[in-house]
Design a protein around this ligand. Structure first.
Ligand code: PLP
Length: 390
């Protein structure tokens, strides 16, 4: 049974080797501390869980849901954007419910890419942008995210023939893995570029609510002209600690939302209604817990930044996200440094090359672990690794 070319063409799983080493360390009895997990450790707020329990008991919610999502959920998404950014969205035409944003990100390529069509992909980046493109028979074209550009792609470096042929562009701010944020000037450039070249912009914004020191990330949809050229993927996962629930949405350009809904109606049958009902409570209920969650992440971020800087790094505090992205010391690759840290200190960091070739030379730390374990991790790094050269 030969596998189809589309799955043979998928890139290898780059964390396989480090996963093996982690497993081996655990077998040896090492108390491994993982700073590699991109999944919030805090629980879903009680008021959301309570709504789920109630809604799960209602037989009306036991049937096939609407493919594009309950109008009540889509209206809650529209209201959430209105409250957050004063954006007006038509919940009937400009919002579609997703089984987590990852699902929509993977399926949007099927809507817009013919075999051989180009999608512009940020590198380093969330792997699904490129994988969705490949599964659709498309060709990923890398937009390097470089530190000297604040980890924003330089659109002027995209050759004209590529820009003309490209049909999709993926962007993600606040950014996983770099923690970078984007301003209005950048988004206006993106919109002008997309209009000129007839490109659909897919902005992925799951970290928009996880920000520090009063910083408020922009939604792509609040930029003038965004809805003409694009959509925003968003999710309950990170804002409300609901990664396991599998619910997100896409919002924006009505034609694109309709196309994504059409693909989905042929592939899946929507999100369990009780989850949608509970998510409405999340979106429109008390948001104090989101602010408290940010404070918790901020305290952890302080420990990480101070810990790294005490070891010789010069890392600045990211304005948003649950990640810290830092350079590996001189003489190491992403992989060799991650292995060193695991071997010497029993601490897992994520090698940056897992997010693309431009992630080489970096590593990622996640803030998804309590302060006590974080402090312990940095104590071990201090005791077992010493200072580094950069
Ligand atoms: C976590 C994450 C997602 C996935 O979110 P789900 O809604 O849980 O599928 C999408 N994009 C990025 C960049 C992420 O880090």
């Amino acid at each position: 049974m030969e596998e189809a070319q589309r799955i043979q063409a998928l890139p290898p799983y780059l964390f396989a080797r480090i996963d093996e080493k982690i497993a081996a360390a655990k077998v040896k009895g090492v108390d491994v501390i993982s700073l590699g997990i991109g999944d919030p450790d805090l629980p879903t707020p009680d008021h959301i869980v309570d709504e789920l329990v109630k809604a799960a008991c209602n037989p009306a919610n036991h049937r096939y849901p609407s493919y594009v999502g309950m109008l009540e959920f889509r209206s809650a998404v529209a209201e959430w954007y209105k409250r957050r950014s004063n954006i007006v969205l038509n919940p009937q035409k400009e919002v579609v419910t997703l089984i987590g944003s990852k699902e929509g990100i993977a399926h949007i390529a099927l809507c817009y890419l013919n075999p051989g069509d180009i999608a512009l992909i940020p590198d380093p980046g969330y792997p699904v942008y490129g994988v969705g493109t490949l599964l659709a028979g498309g060709v990923p074209y890398t937009m390097p995210l470089k530190e000297e550009n604040g980890f924003l792609p330089d659109l002027d470096l995209i050759p004209e023939d590529i820009a003309r042929k490209a049909k999709l562009m993926f962007l993600n701010y606040p950014n996983n893995p770099t923690g970078a944020v984007a301003d209005e000037t950048f988004y206006l450039k993106v919109i002008a570029f997309a209009k000129k070249n007839d490109i659909l912009v897919c902005h992925d914004g799951p970290y928009s609510e996880i920000a520090f020191n009063g910083y408020k990330p922009l939604s792509f949809l609040e930029i003038l002209g965004a809805k003409e050229v694009g959509i925003e993927f968003h999710s309950m996962s990170k804002t409300y600690n609901m990664t396991g629930w599998r619910i997100g949405w896409a919002a924006g350009n009505a034609r694109v939302i309709e196309a994504l809904g059409r693909i989905k109606s042929n592939i899946d049958s929507g999100v369990f209604q009780a989850i949608q009902v509970a998510s409405i409570e999340g979106l429109l209920g008390n948001q104090d817990l989101v602010r408290e969650m940010c404070k918790i992440y901020q305290e952890r971020q302080d420990i990480v930044i101070e810990g790294l800087n005490a070891l010789g790094w010069k890392v600045e505090k990211p304005k948003a996200t649950i990640y810290v992205w830092a350079k590996v010391p001189k003489g190491y690759t992403s992989t060799s440094f991650s292995e060193l840290v695991l071997d010497k200190a029993g601490v897992v960091i994520t090698p940056g090359n897992g997010y693309g070739e431009y992630g080489e030379g970096y590593f990622r730390i996640s803030l998804t672990i309590n302060t006590e374990r974080l402090r312990e991790a940095f104590r071990r790094l201090q005791d077992n690794l010493g200072k580094f050269q950069f």
